[in-house]
Design a protein around this ligand. Structure first.
Ligand code: SF4
Ligand code: SF4
Ligand code: SF4
Length: 497
């Protein structure tokens, strides 16, 4: 049978456009370098290459469809979904990719609902206005942009994912900042592709968790199915946990029931209060990770470990790490360890500090960091509790200049991209607020209750409850908008959410 009988012109055009993408060319040309680096074997290399090729082909099939059919709005876009049987949220993620690669312009159109003295003015999403950029596609196509631009613009959250997936292991994140070995880099741009601070289809993240094709507003704490206040019943955890111990209990249960082989999290390094990423292998090791750490930690960097292949993994991390993982899932990147992540357990995060800034805070509070037993942010203050039983605090306002610059543009307090999110805001002391976002998260939570591992109450039954959480999450979103706008005014690079 001839090629002509098997493949339409349209199909061949999409494949040709995809093969011409710099990402695919770099992966093909650098096959030897990738295999020599020893992170991926030949079959894993091929999986990554073909998955990337599929993704690029899908992207160009949307571009060619928009171009040929004069698609200009959301309703028109549904023709593409029908023709290709691709869900709207996936199509919107491809559109976002095209927009970020400057192949299309997309504008969101909103209806303004006037407010009154009790209700603020509201913007309700109405439609998209899509405009395909004219010209020779070969000239419009994106070229390699190094993720270094994210480090240099101080937008890098230090999540570690770029280093965790780099196929030649030439990227390293330390103390929240990244470094690339330019001699080894093959210019594949995969680090840029997965990074949550290059572009992040925030609406699509919520729609994916919600498994919906309906465009709606998700409010200040993102999509969730149920919310509770809970605390652990596991004695060893309750003795050392900072609040309710629910995230540690999740990992304890998953190990005990052999639902995971490994868990990725943060533990204290030999330098007290400077955390480091850790791969936990059993439930006993969980105790080393207890307590909130306010210094940034690139957990996801460990995803490049060979022992993560053919395993089931849970990741415990902060919102920017949950965003990075969900983004990679949406863009269907075939890295073996990413595909092995079965549970994303997100923790709430207001901001983080460099270790040096933490030492500054200790200095202001006149305490040696080695004497600190517990740290906490609560009621607008940063608290340090010492081994001697002292409670020291300083208003956040007085130390906000010490926070990491990248945290200023972070819009997410509650780990909106996790399966299950856990934090202290909203619950009484010694308890956690738990937001269940996916069916997987719900199943896990129900199993914790059924196995008598946690005590759980509906969030409506506790004070201060969700209103406080929503208020603080809303203020983080507003602050992030303010910082993004002021960076834009200064012509500085900002993350594209
Ligand atoms: S640093 Fe980025 S562009 Fe360079 S090889 Fe690693 S993933 Fe590819
Ligand atoms: S935000 Fe994460 S993926 Fe992006 S550059 Fe920083 S460490 Fe890498
Ligand atoms: S504030 Fe945001 S960017 Fe900073 S560590 Fe927390 S989740 Fe990451």
């Amino acid at each position: 049978m001839s090629i002509e009988e098997n493949f339409s012109w349209e199909f061949l055009k999409n494949v040709a456009d995809a093969l011409d993408s710099y990402r695919i060319r770099a992966l093909i040309d650098a096959k030897k370098d990738i295999l020599d680096a020893g992170i991926y074997d030949e079959s894993q290399y091929e999986t990554i290459l073909y998955k990337m090729l599929d993704e690029e082909k899908l992207k160009y099939s949307l571009f060619n469809f928009l171009n040929n059919n004069s698609i200009t709005n959301l309703q028109d876009l549904s023709q593409f979904c029908e023709k290709t049987s691709i869900e709207l949220h996936k199509t919107l993620s491809l559109l976002e990719l095209l927009r970020n690669e400057k192949l299309v312009d997309v504008e969101e159109i909103y209806d303004k609902i006037q407010g009154d003295e009790n209700n603020p003015e509201k913007l309700i999403f109405k439609d998209l206005s899509i405009n395909v950029n004219d010209g020779d596609l070969s000239k419009l196509k994106p070229i390699y942009e190094p993720v270094k631009v994210i480090f240099d613009s101080k937008n890098c959250s230090g999540c570690g994912l770029c280093a965790g997936i780099c196929p030649v292991n030439c990227l390293h994140i330390y103390n929240g900042f990244g470094k690339i070995d330019e001699d080894k880099c093959i210019r594949c741009g995969l680090c840029y592709f997965v990074c949550p601070r290059t572009y992040l289809p925030a609406r699509v993240l919520n729609m994916t968790l919600d498994n919906t094709s309906e465009i709606k507003e998700y409010g200040k704490i993102g999509h969730f199915i149920e919310a509770y206040s809970a605390r652990t019943k596991v004695k060893e955890i309750s003795e050392i946990c900072q609040d309710g111990g629910v995230s540690s209990t999740c990992i304890h249960y998953l190990f005990a029931k052999k639902k995971i082989d490994l868990a990725l999290g943060a533990k204290m390094s030999n330098t007290l209060w400077r955390p480091e990423p850790v791969l936990l292998k059993n439930k006993e090791e969980i105790l080393s990770t207890a307590g909130t750490k306010y210094v940034n930690n690139p957990n996801l960097q460990l995803l490049n470990q060979n022992e993560l292949n053919n395993t089931k993994i849970a990741v415990v991390g902060v919102p920017c790490q949950m965003q990075a993982l969900l983004k990679s899932k949406i863009y269907n990147i075939g890295f073996p360890s990413l595909n092995n992540i079965d549970y994303r357990i997100g923790i709430f995060c207001m901001e983080s500090f460099s270790f040096e800034s933490l030492l500054e805070i200790c200095k202001k509070l006149n305490v040696d960091v080695k004497d600190a037993k517990k740290m906490d942010i609560n009621k607008g203050k940063f608290f340090i509790y010492t081994e001697k039983g002292e409670e020291l605090s300083i208003p956040i306002k007085e130390i906000s200049h010490l926070g990491r610059e990248d945290c200023e543009v972070c819009y997410d307090l509650t780990s909106e991209s996790a399966d299950i999110s856990v934090g202290s805001i909203g619950s009484p002391s010694g308890w956690n607020t738990v937001l269940i976002r996916t069916e997987k998260g719900k199943e896990l939570y129900e199993e914790l209750i059924a196995n008598n591992m946690i005590e759980s109450k509906p969030i409506e039954d506790v004070k201060p409850g969700l209103p406080l959480l929503q208020r603080i999450a809303g203020s983080k979103k507003n602050n992030s908008k303010k910082h993004i706008n002021s960076k834009l005014e200064e012509n500085k690079r900002v993350p594209n959410y």
